[in-house]
Design a protein around this ligand. Sequence first.
Ligand code: GLU
Length: 296
Amino acid sequence: MPAPHDAVSPPHLRFAPSPNGRLHLGHAYSALLNDQIAKRLGGRCLLRIEDIDPGRSRPELISAIEDDLAWLGLSYERPVRRQSEHLNLYRAALDGLIARDLAYPCFCSRGVIQARVAQMQAEGTEIDRDPDGTPLYPGTCRALPAEESAALRSQGAPHTWRLDMARALEVAPGRHRVRCFEPDGSEAVVSADPSRWGDAVIARRDVPTSYHLSVVLDDDIQGISHVVRGSDLLAATDLHALLQRLLGLRSPAYHHHRLIMAEDGEKLAKSRGSETLGDLRARGVTAEEVRRKLGF
Ligand code: GLU
């Protein structure tokens, strides 16, 4: 189990949106719940902007997020941490994993991976899927000779960095566990199975990090003792527990809350045209009504 977070006094929570769209009711629920639990535990809730995606994160969306949160009645300490300002720190952690042979460069495009998986399946190999339903990476680049991989990198071939899961589990052996908590503060320890993510991408092509790597580093740096986030990230916590152990980071307790669904029972998402808080505001819905609708 990663080192448990020392009983931080006061408890630290965070709301950590990615500025690649306007906030919707699901974000509002998460932000309000973080605020409510922080108050109940006598702690602080920080805002963190997870803007590592250079293609999708837009500055005007960061202002819109802060404006929507203020409209909801939530205020946060300044300065607000923005992940894009800490890429060197994530790179240093990634370099550390590479130096320990725990990560390798992967030059496969999505299409190449799909073709390889299809070929292996046609040959009768069963390929497991990760918790998001994506077939596990078949390990093609793990087997690439070091000279070949170095040559590709020196030619500037685009590549991600993948965690070598088998090596990682050798370095961090034994049972993996996550501390979970309920809004009243009661805790339970549950088993985690990081291996179900296979050789997960820990650094994207365009930035020397990924959601998984930045989130565990920032939670440690910001002294986050309690993570409150949507149940869509429940399975990711298994990978986070492993990364925390590999990197010697403290591990918060987690509460994964229910997701707010659209009227049709589907997940709220920008890509599905879900109504944003901005849309609600524009048609005259008040913050009070939003809070009440969400149970606050
Ligand atoms: N940035 C993530 C999101 O907007 C949340 C990350 C987290 O809470 O761990 O979905």
